[in-house]
Design a protein around this ligand. Structure first.
Ligand code: DC
Length: 221
C-alpha cells in the first residue's frame, strides 16, 4: 500500500519548499506537478505558439512528451528527452503554464503521469487540483495559502537573491491574475477540497509550516 499527501494552493504559497521538506521527512518522493505544466509551457514558447489559441496549443502539444526522473531525490522534468529544470522557473513560463493549463488536452496529457506516479510510490504531490481531482483519496489533503502581498514579496526576494531587479507591483499584479485564472477555469480549478485542511502561511516561517504539516500527516497516519 502506498500513501499520498496532497498539497494544493495558489502560486507562491510555499508549496514546493514545504512539500519537498515534508517528503524528505516521510521518505516519500516529492512530485511537483506545476513543473510538468511549466515544461509544456516551455515547449509552446519555444515553438512560438500563442497561449490564448486553444486549437494551436492542443495541436502543438501532441509533439511534447513530458516525463519525470529522480536523481538524488530531486525531480528532473524531461521534455522530449531533455532535462528542462534550468529553463522553467521564469515568470514568462509560469504565466504560459497558467494560460495553457486551462485546456483539457493539456490537463489530460499530464493526469495519467501524475496518477501513475502515485500508484507506484509514496508521494507528496503539490499542485492546484491534487486533492480535488488527481488524487481524491490522498490523505491528508493540505490547502496551503498566504495573502497575495506576502506571496509577491517572497517571489520578489527570490528574484533579488538571484541578482535580478524585479518590479514588486508587477509581480503582485501577475500573482493576482494567475490566481483568478487558476480559480475560475472550467476544468479542475484551484479550490480547497472539502476534506482539505487549510494552512495559512502568511505569518509563519518555513519551519513552522513544515512542523504543522508533518504533525497533520502523522496524526492521519
Ligand atoms: O505551481 P506552479 O506555479 O509551478 O504552476 C504553474 C501553473 O501550472 C499554474 O499557474 C497553474 C498550472 N498548474 C495546474 O493547473 N495544475 C497543477 N496541478 C499544477 C499547476
Amino acid at each position: 500500500m502506498t500513501f499520498a499527501v496532497a498539497i494544493d494552493g495558489p502560486a507562491g504559497a510555499g508549496k514546493s519548499t514545504i512539500a519537498k521538506r515534508v517528503a524528505k521527512k516521510l521518505n516519500a518522493i516529492y512530485v511537483d506537478t506545476g513543473a510538468m505544466y511549466r515544461a509544456m509551457a516551455l515547449f509552446l514558447i519555444r515553438n512560438s505558439v500563442d497561449g490564448s489559441d486553444e486549437e494551436a496549443v492542443s495541436n502543438m502539444i501532441e509533439q511534447a512528451e513530458v516525463s519525470i526522473r529522480f536523481e538524488n531525490g530531486e525531480q528532473l522534468v524531461m521534455l522530449n528527452g531533455e532535462n528542462v529544470n534550468g529553463f522553467i522557473r521564469t515568470e514568462e513560463v509560469g504565466n504560459m503554464a497558467s494560460a495553457c493549463s486551462v485546456y483539457p488536452k493539456v490537463r489530460m496529457k499530464l493526469l495519467d503521469l501524475q496518477r501513475d506516479l502515485a500508484r507506484k510510490n509514496n508521494v507528496v504531490m503539490d499542485g492546484r487540483d491534487i486533492g480535488t481531482h488527481v488524487l481524491p483519496d490522498a490523505n491528508p489533503k493540505i490547502f496551503l495559502t498566504a495573502s497575495a502581498k506576502v506571496r509577491a514579496k517572497r517571489r520578489y526576494d527570490e528574484l533579488v537573491a538571484k541578482g535580478e531587479t524585479p518590479d514588486l507591483f508587477r509581480i503582485e499584479k501577475d500573482i493576482i491574475e494567475r490566481d483568478q485564472r487558476d480559480m475560475y477555469r472550467e476544468i479542475a480549478p484551484l479550490k480547497q477540497a472539502e476534506d482539505a485542511i487549510l494552512v495559512d502561511s502568511s505569518a509563519l516561517t518555513i519551519e513552522e509550516v513544515e512542523e504543522k504539516i508533518v504533525a497533520l500527516v502523522r496524526e492521519t497516519m
